[in-house]
Design a protein around this ligand. Sequence first.
Ligand SMILES: [Zn+2]
Length: 316
Amino acid sequence: MANRDGNGWTACGEGHRHWGRHGAAGLLAFAPCRDGQDRRDRESGQTRVLLQRRSWWGNHGGTWGPPGGARDSHESAMAAALREAEEECALPAEAVRVLGILCDDHGGWSYRTVIAAAARPFPVRSVSSETATASWVPVAEVSALDLHPGFAARWPVLSSALQPLTIIVDAANVMGSRPDGWWRDRAGAARRLRDQLTGLAEEGVAALPESTRAPALERWFPEFVLVVEGAARTVAAAHAAVPRRRGGGGVPGGGGVPGGRVRVVAAPGSGDDTIAALARDLEGRRLVVTADRQLRERCVAAGASVTGPGWLLGQL
Ligand SMILES: [Zn+2]
């Protein structure tokens, strides 16, 4: 372990000078504001992002951007971003859930923005001499600020990623599309699928289907909702009873899982009705995985995007 061995200037393939010998990372936290004290927020459900204004004496002094800084050689972008946010803005890592990572690659040097959701804006303050102010800024007001040039360039993509992503999996349909003997033991097949989704949630998804019209991130960490019905329903009770692993480097989102996680929902009746209701009611981007034509139409009408089991199986 070489702490802070990333501090220092370096040059990228595009001929710029950058701070961070092993690259740099920042944390862009966002939060809905529908229960804010502010009447305007309550009415609009306006999303806010946590930004800091740099002290006047630093590099790009006085500009606004997410908290962030140099990565150490041993450090993941996620760990570096959460550490910097805590060091600069007193952001508690357990208050956010990582949703994705945007990589800005300059050739030989990169800046990774870790996008994270908070349930609500929590108190933040500057706790570093490098930070003049920390505050939750309404998304609509961000581009009017004097932004750090790197953040200004990334903002159009980042602002389109500020919503939760849920992938709703039609377990019966996905299981039925691979001939692995699922018909002999439906609960066992559902358990296998759940375990594979847990692995995928930890690793993240590199590319979403085009139907989601989502920005191109290096990694997405969605929440998976596995909807089971009939004999496969027992996996839901078993899943709820499994204690979540702890100690994933203090990263929030469900024990050892960095950002993504898996929830199992047992459909009380038809799985299709439960899936269509989730596609209608969940917040943010919803992607439904099923090949069932009628269900696909219901989900699209509910504002979700759909993809076939082949896409999901290709990720596992
Ligand atoms: Zn560069």
